[in-house]
Design a protein around this ligand. Structure first.
Ligand SMILES: *Cc1c(COP(=O)(O)O)cnc(C)c1O
Length: 387
């Protein structure tokens, strides 16, 4: 089925509702740029990861608009594959998800205020406690509304981003007031360098296991995408894949792991115009590209306001009718220029930036960024077409 992610903002988090639209394939020709999202590839990746996870529950992370692929469409595809629990990173994402999916379990990783707790309680969104004071805030909220509130707990084991410290977890374990008012359904930690430093993984797991001893009835989770591939000892009760679901690879690794996910996102823009310029002429702002031969320069209507990284200026790759080309000159707000001298192309031809011919990994490497940064950036702004 083909969906069109209409650009109607719903007032929440810039995430657009994706409504089925039969006109989408014809509409493609009216667009000047789009990102194509292969929902079947997301489903394939989910099945592959769930198989690796064995008896561990596979709970997708759909934060940041599902890494740019579109949170609503991705969640729908993943729910169809049997996923029941979904992680998001902010309350606005959680609200948007609840509006579209009345029955899934939503786990919000963000820090909360008292007001946010009220909202989460009403919408059945599970909060995460990330610190001792957040735990106590949850406890007083539970006392106020006179019911036991369920939550999940993020444990700090070495990443030093979010998470409750070992000492604070020990204090909570003997805090009867906290334990009477709340129940921790899941305890998790996040690996700092899963593919880079396996010894450090072991250090984190040891610390995690020690802390968890005092919480026997809570489920446990360690692995994000990387951890799932590392082996059974990382699986625990639940795994939290994000990037691998969306076909986003790791570029570097100290361990011999081959992830076999399928690519999900492809990025295209249409040639609006072709300039014929003479050797010595310049292209774009600040004249950073000077032609060293007579050249043909294609103008496409996609720029940094569309999420294209500025670092693609003079570096980014493009694929046109069987030929690889490069960006020429600085990226503009809504336009870019590509040296197509070696390609046989015309106005209205489509240029690929990510897809079958230029992988997400390669596109990211060319501009020295990570595949997940590239995808979340472009996926946050451009019209999505779903296949
Ligand atoms: C983002 C995130 C994940 C997913 O990580 P990937 O490396 O993209 O699989 C898992 N757990 C937590 C807590 C996260 O913040």
């Amino acid at each position: 089925m083909l969906y069109l992610n209409t650009l109607l903002h719903k007032g929440y988090c810039g995430i657009k509702s994706s409504t089925p639209c039969k006109l989408a394939s014809e509409y493609k020709e009216e667009l000047n740029k789009y990102i194509k999202i292969d929902l079947n590839a997301i489903k394939y990746n989910y099945r592959a990861i769930a198989a690796l996870a064995k008896n561990s529950e596979c709970a997708p992370v759909v934060k940041s608009n599902a890494y740019g692929t579109g949170m609503i469409a991705a969640t729908q595809a993943l729910e169809e594959e049997g996923a029941k629990k979904f992680f998001v990173s902010s309350l606005d994402e959680a609200i948007c998800l609840r509006e579209n999916f009345p029955s899934i379990e939503i786990l919000c990783l963000d820090w909360f205020s008292d007001k946010a707790l009220k909202c989460m309680d009403r919408l059945r969104i599970t909060p995460t406690i990330n610190s001792f004071s957040q735990a106590k805030m949850l406890e007083s909220y539970a006392k106020n509304v006179q019911k036991k509130i369920s939550c999940i707990a993020c444990i700090e084991t070495g990443l030093y981003k979010f998470g409750i410290s070992e000492n604070d977890m020990a204090a909570l374990a003997v805090d009867q007031s906290f334990k009477q008012s709340t129940s921790i359904s899941l305890i998790f930690t996040h690996l700092a360098a899963s593919y880079i430093d396996v010894e450090f993984n072991k250090f984190q797991i040891k610390k995690f296991d020690d802390i968890c001893k005092k919480w026997p009835s809570a489920k446990k989770s360690v692995a994000a995408s990387g951890g799932i591939y590392l082996g059974d000892e990382y699986l625990y009760d639940l795994v939290r894949p994000g990037r691998a679901l969306y076909g986003v690879p790791r570029l570097d690794s100290a361990v011999p792991i081959k992830e076999t996910t399928k690519n999900v996102a492809s990025l295209y823009a249409k040639i609006m115009h072709i300039h014929h310029i003479k050797k010595g002429e310049s292209v774009g702002y600040d004249r950073t590209f000077i032609a060293d031969r007579d050249s043909r320069i294609a103008v496409v209507g996609i720029g940094y306001a569309d999420g294209l990284p500025y670092s693609m200026s003079n570096c980014g790759l493009a694929f046109i009718n069987g030929v690889r080309c490069k960006f020429a000159g600085l990226i503009s707000m809504n336009a870019s220029t590509i040296d197509v001298t070696d390609a046989n192309c015309n106005k209205k031809d489509w240029i690929e930036f990510i897809g079958d011919n230029i992988s997400l990994a390669e596109a990211a490497k060319a501009i020295k960024t990570t595949p997940w940064e590239l995808l979340t950036n472009v996926g946050s702004r451009i019209q999505h077409l779903y296949t």
